[in-house]
Design a protein around this ligand. Structure first.
Ligand SMILES: Nc1nc2c(ncn2[C@@H]2O[C@H](COP(=O)(O)OP(=O)(O)OP(=O)(O)O)[C@@H](O)[C@H]2O)c(=O)[nH]1
Ligand SMILES: [Mg+2]
Length: 483
């Protein structure tokens, strides 16, 4: 159990602490596994020691042990004090070998056994909302007696009730000077890096392994964001390619026309929902974790709906005021009705453009009679902008969210951030979907899993271009100085 580490063996880290401190939540967040263990606000949730590994470059780099919460440290410390042994660790071993370890202190014994026999070090998770009670001092003393390096992890530090200072003071008194702040529900940017870096000060002989873990996590984060941008880009290109054709008679009937508009909107919403689900799963969350899903939406009611008129209006401004689509079909301008553009089709030619942009009225009166051909409906750029912005914002949230919180879902943004570098880049990304307007067959690439197989080079090129602009937008949003 002691001596030099086997370089092929994973680093073994026990996660210990008082019941309900957020141990299982921390592990979910560190391993990005929303399905690991059971998380609940009721105490005593985790009943057994459970392992979960973090793989780095194809090998098991860290083996975490989730443990049950400590409940009765005061009584246990008193009991251990009565046992035979020259050292604290010897007395802990006597306890683990004795009958009480299978009796009234069974829960505590599981924790201490994991620490003594199966761990190289431990994270001690602390609910900093709690006052520093004597029982918590006893917990630290018991854990320290196990002779393993301990790294306190201050949890719930974002909570208004957090009492970080007295906890830090108590830990320092106990000889625990390396302390990490970590909110398992909403981790700070870089706090994972701090966690492993500081652990390296306690485990100097494992420092290189820990550096490799950090490098891997950062690479993974970059790759995840690039993949997220490709997913959003595929949704946008797919939606830009959506095109429904209306026969002349359906076109002439306002009710049928409106129905066709709504059908197209539904298609766009369904695709957006698929994009959201794909993003959630990419970040290790479950579908349904994003609140205010745009489906099913009542027009104008749902603040996060793609076709919310207010959002479209703002998006239209950001897009440069116009709703100019369908250029590849030879159409100069579109008649936009709440985000579903009523493309006039190639047959119209350019001459009617100015008139069409006036709205339904003039169109109905002056043009309707002239036309009896087919008409194309397509999704307006402004709606694509709303979709891109919402999904990018979701990515931003997911990057900052822990996997332990089973409470609040991620809200979908109901507006953009105004005119800034990020929103200009989003507008640029939408502009890059243009080739899709001339390729209605691309709309069927919507199945995300197979989105790149069998796709034409033009399609892949368009998705890559849009994804590139979205990546720039994501960086601009994360770091406003970056652009
Ligand atoms: N706001 C917030 N909630 C958290 C945080 N960490 C955990 N929680 C919540 O606190 C409760 C307890 O979390 P668990 O992860 O089950 O705690 P535990 O230490 O594993 O508990 P036991 O297994 O019972 O010992 C759950 O409701 C979590 O969602 C945090 O950092 N911030
Ligand atoms: Mg637990």
């Amino acid at each position: 159990m002691t001596g030099q580490p086997d370089p092929a063996a994973p680093l073994r880290l026990a996660v210990v602490g008082h019941t309900n401190a957020g141990k299982t939540s921390l592990l979910r967040t560190l391993t990005r596994r929303v399905d690991f263990g059971e998380v609940s606000s009721r105490p005593g949730t985790t009943r057994h020691v459970e392992a979960v590994t973090l793989r780095v470059d194809g090998r098991n780099a860290v083996r975490f042990l989730d443990t049950p919460g400590l409940e009765d440290a005061v009584a246990l410390l008193a009991h251990v004090g009565t046992l035979a042994g020259d050292t604290r660790l010897a007395r802990i071993r006597s306890f683990l070998a004795g009958p009480e370890a299978r009796g009234s202190f069974e829960q505590e014994a599981k924790v201490l056994r994991a620490l003594v026999d199966e761990a190289d070090a431990a994270f001690v998770v602390i609910d900093t909302r709690e006052p520093v009670l004597p029982k918590y001092r006893d917990e630290i003393e018991l854990l320290a007696a196990c002779g393993r390096p301990l790294m306190p992890v201050l949890n719930f530090v974002r909570d208004a009730a957090s009492r970080e200072a007295p906890w830090r003071a108590m830990l320092a008194e106990s000889g625990l000077h390396a302390v990490v702040r970590f909110d398992a529900a909403a981790p700070f940017t870089g706090s994972e890096r701090d966690l492993y870096t500081d652990l390296g000060t306690l485990l100097p002989q494992r420092r290189d392994e820990l550096r490799a873990v950090i490098a891997h996590l950062e690479r993974e984060a970059d790759e995840r964001r690039a993949e997220a941008c490709r997913l959003i880009a595929a949704q946008l290109v797919d939606c830009a390619a959506l095109r429904d054709t209306l026969e002349g008679a359906d076109w002439d009937d306002p009710a049928r026309r409106q129905k066709a508009v709504e059908q197209l909107r539904e298609k766009a919403r369904a695709r957006a929902q698929r994009g959201i689900d794909a993003l959630l799963s990419l970040y290790g969350f479950r579908a349904g974790d994003a609140a205010e899903a745009p489906l099913p939406a009542l027009e104008g009611r749902d603040s996060a709906d793609l076709f919310n008129p207010e959002l479209l209006k703002r998006a239209g401004l950001q897009m440069g005021g116009g709703a100019v689509v369908g250029a590849a079909l030879g159409v100069v301008a579109d008649l936009a009705v709440g985000g579903a553009s009523l493309g006039a089709g190639a047959a119209l030619g350019g001459a009617l453009g100015g008139m069409l942009s006036q709205g339904w009225g003039p169109f109905g009166r002056r043009v309707m009679g002239m036309l009896s051909g087919e008409h194309d409906l397509s999704v307006e750029d402004a709606a694509l902008y709303v979709m891109a912005w919402q999904q990018l914002h979701l990515v931003h949230q997911l990057e900052r969210r822990g996997h332990g919180a089973n409470a609040a879902a991620v809200p979908l943004a109901s507006g953009d951030g105004g005119d800034n570098a990020a929103s200009r880049l989003v507008a640029q990304a939408v502009g890059l979907t243009r080739p899709a307007r001339a390729n209605p067959q691309w709309a069927s690439h919507g199945g995300l899993r197979e989105r790149f197989s069998g796709a034409s080079p033009e399609y892949t090129e368009a998705v890559d271009a849009v994804a590139g602009a979205l990546q720039d937008a994501a960086s601009a949003e994360t770091d406003p100085q970056a652009s």
